[in-house]
Write a protein that binds this ligand. Structure first.
Ligand code: HEC
Length: 105
């Protein structure tokens, strides 16, 4: 019963967090990690694909950490400058933690 209530209480914020993370990743990483785009890269899609509802499900802990590191980097994958705010970095970190917790259930 407690687990059920806890699940109900946390389900909605998780989805909200996931969708905020998706929006951030679409802007920063979407060109290569979105299936269907001409610029999408098969190897990038194999890591995560933003068109998948649970896009982080196949990512390892190392890949989730790498994603945080990439978002914090001031250079994009194509060497162009990147500026992701501390608040957005914190948002992704919360999402990564929530996604890992969700898997353990
Ligand atoms: C220009 C294309 C491109 C962009 C933009 C891009 N990626 Fe990727 N990404 C790739 C490709 C290709 C691979 C697979 C090959 C490799 O490992 O480099 C990959 C692999 C990865 C991996 C697995 C390898 C690792 O580092 O552990 C992660 C995690 C990742 N990307 C996260 C991101 C995040 C987060 C962003 C945005 C901040 C991003 N990528 C933006 C092309 C891109």
């Amino acid at each position: 019963m407690f687990t059920l209530i806890a699940t109900l209480l946390t389900a909605e914020p998780y989805i909200e967090l996931r969708e905020q993370a998706r929006t951030l990743l679409q802007a920063e990483c979407g060109s290569c990690h979105t299936r269907g785009l001409e610029t999408a890269k098969p190897k990038a899609l194999a890591v995560f694909d933003l068109t998948r509802s649970e896009f982080a499900d196949g990512m390892t802990l190392e890949q989730l950490e790498s994603a945080q590191w990439r978002l914090a980097s001031d250079l994009k994958e194509n060497e162009q400058p990147r500026a992701v705010s501390k608040a957005e970095q914190a948002l992704f970190k919360r999402f990564a933690e929530a996604a890992l917790l969700r898997r353990k259930r």
